[in-house]
Ligand binder design. Structure first.
Ligand SMILES: [Zn+2]
Length: 129
């Protein structure tokens, strides 16, 4: 099994995401509706996006497979996380963060379902009109 030390790209088709996002309607921001407006594009669920295809939290990750090298105790291959899946997911999230930043958008999970991942764009409401 090859050791992945750095995930370079998420594989997300950003041209598609950005053009889809551009087709979405701006909505008043939930927290500051007078100042900001946002629009969202549904990217998918963690089950389809994440390398492991699993939903878990750092404090309840019993459903991820333990690292075959260290069996969960932590080593270089798994970034000391004790699981290659969790490590690859964390590398994916890092790549997602930087790709979002490069495109001037944010990512977040759904309010109703934390497994839903959205790409969002926020702008200040123009006072001119
Ligand atoms: Zn390990």
């Amino acid at each position: 099994m090859p050791v992945i030390t750095k995930l370079k790209t998420t594989g997300i088709d950003w041209d598609h995401v950005i053009s889809s996002l551009n087709g979405e309607t701006w909505e008043p921001d939930f927290l500051e509706p007078d100042q900001y407006e946002v629009r969202y594009y549904f990217l998918g669920t963690v089950f389809t996006i994440m390398p492991s295809g699993k939903f878990y939290t750092p404090w309840a990750n019993s459903n991820v497979t333990p690292c075959p090298y260290c069996h969960g105790s932590g080593c270089r291959q798994c970034g000391d996380m004790g699981s290659l899946e969790a490590y690859h997911d964390s590398l994916f999230m890092e790549a997602l963060e930087s790709e979002c930043a490069a495109h001037g958008v944010l990512w977040g999970s759904g309010e109703g379902d934390p497994c839903d991942i959205f790409i969002s764009e926020c702008r200040e409401i123009s006072m001119e009109d």
